[in-house]
Design a protein around this ligand. Structure first.
Ligand code: TXA
Ligand code: MG
Length: 361
């Protein structure tokens, strides 16, 4: 028997572990996962961004069970995954011109296009909206799974609602063991954070969520595209509690994001460490490789080099999950430049902080 097979102790389902990490077994693992999907089951599967929690998008009961397993609010629509562009066409009323350009350039890949829905999917998928988010993932295992299941696959990120998205099969197990039917293990996700969501239903395309395709690449292709700033403004030197409606992508531990000019950020984090420790708290710092040596905290973890937003994206969610297990009372995070995929990294950190941002000037 597969030594990684396990049974869910807390939920209502037995979660089967299917190993698609080595070439020999992966075909059978994918075939089993596809048949579970076709029978109305829930399968967590790897994509190049994060793990998704998939169900047959045409099966209303199966889609409903996604929301139940994650504890996801019903008013948050799901992304529908298809294995190639042609499979998106029957799900939508039209593919506007900029969407053609974007799909041709970035599919398969970490881009979701919000398109006018045709009404072939049950309303629960789109939370009753007349639009639908569609994506062709690049990960071979994901595309082979969708192809074999022969249905569009509705899939949010495979985390418990609100917690950091899963970038390894083990993260899915930690959150959803006993609540889903299978975990298809494809190893760590390459990008590490979610797809860029672009709404192409209006006269001018709008980025709804920064992600794996950076703004610069979108602008080259669609110069008129609207790209909102990463987050709201922070009050100088003071962490701001309200301002954002809810935390998301967040560890259970309190997280403070320190952003601004790099040298000043180091100074502010050092002062914060001292002040939290003086009050008897244990402090974790998530820092750039260049600055990690400057911090005398209880736990210091390197996120990435300042020069590599790709490395930061790849490591971000795993680092937040690890730090949540480190027994500290607060996590101080060194912000990065928001160029390239760094914009998505900073967006996730803004959300994870719940608005508790210190702007170092
Ligand atoms: O990379 C990803 O996008 C991953 C992998 C699994 O594909 N999926 C993912 O799904 O991040 P989820 O559910 O965690 O995030 C989907 C985002 C949500 O912010 C949702 O509100 C938005 O996409 N979305 C989906 N359909 C939409 C629609 N019709 N209109 C506007 N926003 C939509
Ligand atoms: Mg999510």
């Amino acid at each position: 028997m597969d030594k990684k097979q396990f049974k869910g102790g807390t939920g209502l389902r037995t979660t089967v572990w299917l190993d698609a990490t080595n070439h020999d077994g992966s075909e059978e693992a994918i075939a089993r996962a596809a048949s579970i999907l076709a029978r109305g089951g829930l399968v967590a599967f790897p994509t190049e961004t994060v793990y998704g929690l998939g169900a047959n998008a045409l099966d209303e009961a199966a889609v409903r069970s996604i929301f139940a397993a994650k504890g996801r609010p019903a008013d948050n629509p799901l992304i529908v995954h298809v294995s190639k562009f042609e499979e998106a066409v029957p799900l939508v009323q039209s593919v506007p011109e900029p969407a053609h350009r974007l799909a041709a350039a970035f599919w398969p890949g970490p881009l979701t296009l919000v398109l006018p829905a045709k009404g072939v999917l049950p309303p629960v998928v789109t939370a009753g909206l007349d639009t639908v988010g569609i994506r062709v993932p690049e990960h071979d295992v994901a595309r082979e799974l969708i192809r074999r299941a022969s249905v569009p696959v509705a899939a949010p990120s495979a985390n418990a609602s609100g917690s950091p998205s899963p970038t390894r099969a083990e993260h899915v197990r930690d959150d959803l063991d006993g609540r889903i039917d299978a975990i298809l293990d494809g190893g760590p996700c390459r990008v590490g954070l979610e797809s860029t969501v672009v709404d192409v239903t209006g006269p001018i395309p709008v980025v709804l969520r920064p992600g794996g395709i950076p703004a610069e690449a979108l602008l080259r292709l669609v110069p008129e595209i609207i790209i909102p700033p990463v987050g709201g403004s922070a009050v100088e030197g003071v962490p701001r509690a309200p301002g954002m409606k809810y935390r998301h992508y967040a560890p259970a531990t309190r997280l403070l994001l320190v952003e601004g000019e790099p040298d000043r950020v180091v100074g502010v984090i050092r002062r914060e460490i001292a002040s939290w420790q003086a009050r008897g708290h244990r402090v974790a710092v998530l820092a750039t490789r260049e600055h990690a040596g400057s911090f005398q905290a209880d736990v210091v973890r390197v996120l990435a080099s300042r020069r590599s937003p790709e490395e930061a994206a790849h490591n971000l969610f795993a680092a937040l999950r690890d730090l949540d297990q480190s027994g500290t009372d607060v996590i101080l995070v060194e912000g990065m430049e928001d160029a390239g995929v760094g914009q998505a990294v900073m967006n996730r950190l803004w959300k994870a902080s719940g608005g508790e941002i210190i702007h170092a000037r």
